[in-house]
Each structure stands twice: as structure tokens, then as C-alpha cells.
Design a protein around this ligand. Structure first.
Ligand SMILES: [Zn+2]
Length: 210
């Protein structure tokens, strides 16, 4: 599988492109900004974008999704539980002092444990509410890969002081849905460096003694 992960925008949201070498079909996760770079990487690998998946509706993760859809035509998947955050996009833009992006409704709000299959790419949606009500992760068991959004970071966990945040719920989501994955699972968080489930289970100070 082709994978490109790179920080986009003011807050360095990790955007990821997953591409299948045979079918050349691709998924983009969290196109928060920097569409020219996303488009040029899709071109570089000769990939056809089939799905746009947004882990949660914070502006730094979702702001480029609608423009990307308009340019390429791929449907946008994110949880309808995050629509209250979309409704306050003007306030989110004010926090960052950036223009208010136009954010489309999701073309599809995936269910928990729903499979998203594109070309040869097989991903499963894991709902992990807490950072936001609609936060989700994408798990690719065959790749031993987890795209964790802002739920779990290397040595840290998602903030819960913004609207829709709930700290006990976040910790329960991580314990029940993520730390139960195989230790060797590579984790690509929504910001910052990668990690593994095993490392976070053993060393993450926010998760010890829980
Ligand atoms: Zn966030």
C-alpha cells in the first residue's frame, strides 16, 4: 500500500493519503489544508481519489474537505454527531484567525465498525467519542495501522476542553477501542509523531492507572 502522511495547515494536522498499488484507488484522511500538496501527491502516485474521510469536524482537520470534493468529486465521510461543530465553523475560524471555510454536510456518516473498502484498501471505522462527539479512528488490520485523529497522541491524549469534549468518555474510548488492538499496530495521530499501541499502553502517562 502507498501511504503518505504529512502535516498541513497552521496547527500541523497530519493528513494521510492511502493508495492501492494495483487499482490506483485512494482515500484521503483529514485534508485540513494545503490542497495543492494533496493533489500533487495523488498525481505523483497516479492515484484516483475515491473517499475523503474526516476523523472529526475541527477546522484544522476538515477545512479542505469540501474544496477537495469540489475538485475531484469524491464523497466525504464524517460523523453526523459532529454537525454541531460544523454549525459553529465561524467560531472555530475565529479561534485560529483564519477565513471561515465552507463545509459540506457529510455524504455519508459511517456507522461504528463499518468497513470502508476502496480498491484493495480495507479500513474499519472505530468510533472513539471524547475529543468530539463524532470522533472516529480508521483501523487497517492488514496493514497494522491506525489513523487516530485527535483521540490518541504519542505520549498524550486529545484535549477535551472544547465544545463536545468529554474527558472520561475519551479515556473510555481509548481503553476500550484502541488499547485492545494488537501492540504492534502503528498509530498515526492527528498531530505530531507516530507511535504504536504497545508503546502507548505501557508509557502514556494519561493512560496509566486507569
Ligand atoms: Zn481536534
Amino acid at each position: 500500500m502507498i501511504r503518505e502522511t504529512f502535516p498541513v495547515g497552521l496547527l500541523g494536522c497530519n493528513c494521510t493519503i492511502l493508495g492501492d498499488e494495483t487499482s490506483r484507488e485512494a482515500i484521503v484522511i483529514d485534508p485540513g489544508a494545503d490542497l495543492p500538496r494533496i493533489l500533487s501527491l495523488l498525481n505523483k502516485h497516479h492515484l484516483i481519489l475515491r473517499r475523503i474521510v474526516v476523523t472529526h469536524a475541527h477546522i484544522d482537520h476538515i477545512a479542505g474537505a469540501t474544496d477537495l470534493k469540489r475538485i475531484i468529486g469524491a464523497p466525504i465521510f464524517y460523523s453526523k454527531a459532529d454537525l454541531p461543530l460544523v454549525a459553529m465553523m465561524d467560531q472555530q475560524a475565529a479561534w485560529l484567525d483564519v477565513p471561515v471555510p465552507l463545509i459540506a454536510q457529510p455524504d455519508h456518516s459511517p456507522n461504528d465498525e463499518e468497513h470502508i473498502a476502496v480498491g484493495g484498501i480495507e479500513a474499519q471505522v472505530l468510533y472513539t467519542p471524547g475529543h468530539t462527539e463524532g470522533s472516529l479512528c480508521l483501523h487497517l488490520p492488514s496493514e497494522k495501522l491506525l489513523l487516530a485523529g485527535d483521540t490518541l497522541f504519542a505520549g498524550s491524549v486529545g484535549r477535551t476542553d472544547l465544545p463536545g469534549g468529554n474527558h472520561p468518555q475519551l479515556l473510555a474510548s481509548i481503553q476500550e477501542r484502541l488499547l485492545t488492538l494488537p501492540s504492534e499496530t502503528q498509530v498515526v495521530p492527528g498531530h505530531g509523531p507516530p507511535t504504536t499501541i504497545g508503546k502507548e499502553r505501557e508509557m502514556n502517562p494519561f493512560l496509566l492507572d486507569e
